[in-house]
Structure formats: structure tokens, C-alpha cells
Design a protein around this ligand. Structure first.
Ligand SMILES: Cc1cc2nc3c(=O)[nH]c(=O)nc-3n(C[C@H](O)[C@H](O)[C@H](O)COP(=O)(O)OP(=O)(O)OC[C@H]3O[C@@H](n4cnc5c(N)ncnc54)[C@H](O)[C@@H]3O)c2cc1C
Length: 258
């Protein structure tokens, strides 16, 4: 069994692993990115069918200030495409009918997606005591700050659409990083949002939703091509062991056991 000392081993070449590898290769020397699949991208998977781009996983994303900066730095800003405004519209299926997800506070006030009681509960958000959002699931965070109905009628169905995941298991600190930060710094999501809206120094992302001209699968492969060493595909991490000052990562793949 061969061994090698490298700066970092990144387990999984999904979008998280690709982003970590691109960042770490600047500072940590040799970076090994491994994935058991036959292509990088994880759940970013695109088929081209009869001239259409068919996304099997995510289809749009928000272009944060950090992402925007990274893409400009990598000269990949031409690899993303602004989605049509209609793609912002989302619907929740309730009692057999599609109900539009409100996109603004005024829309929310007028929507019948929430009961009057739930809307009044929302107004109480600034008075809810600060908690540990970073340690909570999305469900715990939303229930505590915004009330149970907002979770079951709005946030839960919406997130199932976005992440294909369970809000009881998704972490609030990851999915709602900026809202958790608003609570930590300003005691309230609403107050934090207000402070950010009034601040001139807030980081500016690209407005709207974004996608990629050929789909997000090819976009992931374009990111992988920016790596000094291509991802080691068909390779699985089988064990992670902390040795006191460094990690030992056991790998199994075409190059044998490492
Ligand atoms: C159907 C669907 C639709 C979505 N729609 C959207 C959307 O429109 N907008 C949006 O912003 N988000 C969306 N999401 C969420 C978003 O796609 C994910 O949050 C994100 O892609 C996760 O990336 P990741 O790299 O963390 O994980 P993954 O993409 O799951 O990648 C993990 C990688 O780790 C590898 N791996 C696993 N075990 C090992 C091992 N032992 N050794 C080595 N490698 C291993 C896997 O093969 C995989 O490639 C959607 C998700 C799904 C599933």
C-alpha cells in the first residue's frame, strides 16, 4: 500500500469539494481531490436531450459576492448565465392547488399561504430571544424565530424543492447562513436585514438567479479544469484517522489502496 504526504485531501468532488480545492491549492501546495464517481460535480448533473438542457440536480443558484469574485478571478464569468426572471416564481402545492410563494413582505402580507395568526407571529420576530442558530436544524431555527406555520407551509416545502432535503436535518448555519448571522449580530433576522439594507458596505453579489449556458454539469467540469491536478475519479476515501498532528486518509481506487 503506497503512501504520500500532501497539503490536503478533499473527500468528494461535488461543488463544495471543487470550491475547497480551488481555494486550498493557492495556499496548501499539493491538493488531492477524490471522488468515487466517473465525473466531478456531485449532484450537479446535466443531460442534453433533443436540444434542451435538462438538469437532473440543481438548476439555478444565487451569485454571492464571494462567488462572483472567484469566477472573475478564474476567468469563468462567461460560464454563467442569468436565469429568466420567471424562474424566480415558486409554487407550493396546497390542497391540490398551486399557491405562489410570495417574494416580498407585501406579497407575504397579501398571500393566503399563511393564516392571520401566523402573520402576526411573524411580526413578533424582533422580540424573540436570541438563540444558537448555528447549532440548530433549519426546522428548529425557523420554528423558534418565525413560528411553526411558516415552517410547515412555506419554508419546508420551499426547501424540499431547492435542496431535495429534509428541513429537520438540514443545518440552519449552512442553509440560512446570513439569517443566522443576522440573529447573532443583531438579535433578530428582521433587524439584521434592515441594517444590511441600510449599510453602504454590504457585499454585492450579482442580482437574480443564475445558471450556466450548457448546464451546471459542464460548469462543474469547467471548474475542475482549473485545478493544477485533475480530480482522482473512481477513488473513494475509506478511512479518516487523526494522528495527533495530521490526518491520515485511506483511499481505494484504480491506483490501488493508498
Ligand atoms: C435534486 C436537487 C435539486 C437541487 N436544486 C438546487 C437549486 O436549484 N439551487 C441550489 O442552490 N441548490 C440546489 N440543490 C442543492 C445543491 O445542489 C447542493 O446543496 C449542492 O450541490 C451540494 O454539493 P456538495 O458538493 O456539498 O455535495 P454533493 O454534490 O452531494 O457531492 C458530494 C460528493 O462526495 C462524493 N463522495 C461521497 N462519499 C465519498 C467518499 N467516501 N469518498 C470520496 N468521495 C465521496 C460523492 O460521490 C459526491 O460527488 C439541489 C439538490 C438536489 C439533490
Amino acid at each position: 500500500m503506497g503512501t504520500a504526504d500532501v497539503g490536503a485531501v478533499i473527500v468528494g468532488a461535488g461543488i463544495s469539494g471543487l470550491a475547497a480545492a480551488l481555494e486550498l491549492q493557492q495556499s496548501m501546495g499539493e491538493v488531492v481531490l477524490v471522488d468515487p464517481s466517473d465525473r466531478p460535480g456531485g449532484v450537479l448533473r446535466t443531460d442534453h436531450v433533443a436540444g434542451f438542457v435538462v438538469e437532473r440536480g440543481p438548476n439555478t443558484f444565487r451569485a454571492s459576492a464571494a462567488l462572483r469574485e472567484a469566477l472573475f478571478g478564474l476567468r469563468l464569468d462567461n460560464e454563467i448565465l442569468r436565469a429568466r426572471p420567471a424562474s424566480r416564481l415558486r409554487y407550493v402545492l396546497r390542497a391540490g392547488e398551486l399557491v405562489a410563494v410570495p417574494l416580498s413582505p407585501f406579497g407575504l402580507a397579501r398571500s393566503d399561504l399563511l393564516s392571520m395568526r401566523a402573520k402576526l407571529r411573524l411580526l413578533a420576530e424582533p422580540f424573540v430571544r436570541r438563540g444558537d442558530g448555528a447549532g440548530e436544524s433549519v426546522a428548529e431555527f425557523v420554528r423558534r424565530r418565525l413560528g411553526p406555520e411558516v415552517l410547515t407551509r412555506l419554508v419546508g416545502p420551499f426547501l424540499t424543492g431547492v435542496y431535495a432535503g429534509d428541513e429537520e436535518q438540514l443545518g440552519a448555519g449552512t442553509v440560512f447562513a446570513s439569517l443566522v448571522e443576522h440573529e447573532r449580530r443583531h438579535r433578530s433576522i428582521a433587524l439584521g436585514g434592515l441594517v444590511q439594507a441600510l449599510s453602504r458596505r454590504r457585499p454585492r453579489g450579482l442580482p437574480g438567479s443564475w445558471s450556466a449556458p450548457k448546464g451546471l454539469g459542464p460548469f462543474a467540469r469547467a471548474l475542475a479544469r482549473q485545478l493544477a491536478d485533475p480530480p482522482a475519479l473512481h477513488t473513494r476515501a475509506t478511512e479518516l484517522r487523526w494522528l495527533g498532528s495530521r490526518w491520515r486518509v485511506s483511499l481505494s481506487g484504480p491506483a490501488g489502496e493508498r
